[in-house]
Design a protein around this ligand. Structure first.
Ligand SMILES: [Zn+2]
Length: 217
């Protein structure tokens, strides 16, 4: 039996999803980590299948995609995390000390990547929050019957949510932070694009910079 078979016989995609912090509901559905999914569209069982984006495969594919690993690395990670003993042939035994270090390095890289991602998200969200606070003042209606500007409406709608996100990322438990980045990582990316677009347009139209990152005024 090779490591792939050993892993697939012992761990289901559902167990892996739970192990790595995804919330699986009673029906075996989970928010798909491979697309921007707000309501669970992915069925996890022995394997997994997303009804929205079409991602599917077995437990090894799941972990490989989830952590951006090669299939063999994913299988090794699963074998280690689920403590699955697997057959090591003689050729591999000779390299056993070398091989042992590899999953650790991979895990370390995953942690680093997560930390970077988290720092970047906090930067983007604080930047956006700052911009919203500016809008609340600079774009506030000056007359009672004046039509509200889009920026003012956006500021009113988004401030609370962004504050909540920031609280969660800064003070939340690790599992909640991982879940947030899996669920809302793409939202954060979109916010970044939104700010870039706004800054670009605003510069073109008025020659003025806006927001906390403004480098001229
Ligand atoms: Zn999906």
């Amino acid at each position: 039996m090779n490591i792939f078979q050993a892993v697939k016989e012992n761990v289901t995609a559902r167990q892996a999803a739970e192990q790595y912090g995804l919330k699986v509901n009673k029906n075996g559905m989970v928010c798909c980590p491979f697309h921007d999914d707000r309501h669970p569209s992915m069925k996890v069982d022995k394997g997994f299948c997303c009804f929205a984006c079409g991602a599917k495969g077995d437990v090894i594919t799941f972990v490989a995609d989830f952590f951006h690993l090669a299939p063999l690395e994913a299988a090794k990670k699963l074998a280690e995390d689920f403590q699955i003993p697997f057959f090591i042939d003689n050729a591999k035994k000779r390299n056993v000390s070398k091989k042992k270090e590899k999953p650790k390095r991979t895990l370390y890289q995953t942690e680093k990547k997560f930390e970077e991602w988290e720092r970047e998200s906090i930067r983007i969200l604080s930047d956006y929050l700052h911009l919203l606070e500016e809008w609340k003042v600079s774009h506030a209606p000056k007359m009672p019957d004046e039509e509200w500007k889009a920026e003012f409406i956006e500021a009113c709608q988004q401030t609370e949510k962004i504050n909540y996100y920031l609280d969660l990322l800064v003070f939340g438990e690790l599992q909640d932070r991982i879940e947030f980045l899996l669920d809302s990582g793409k939202d954060v990316k979109r916010i970044e694009e939104r700010m870039e677009e706004y800054r670009r347009n605003n510069k073109e139209q008025t020659g003025k910079s806006i927001g906390s990152e403004g480098n001229e005024l």
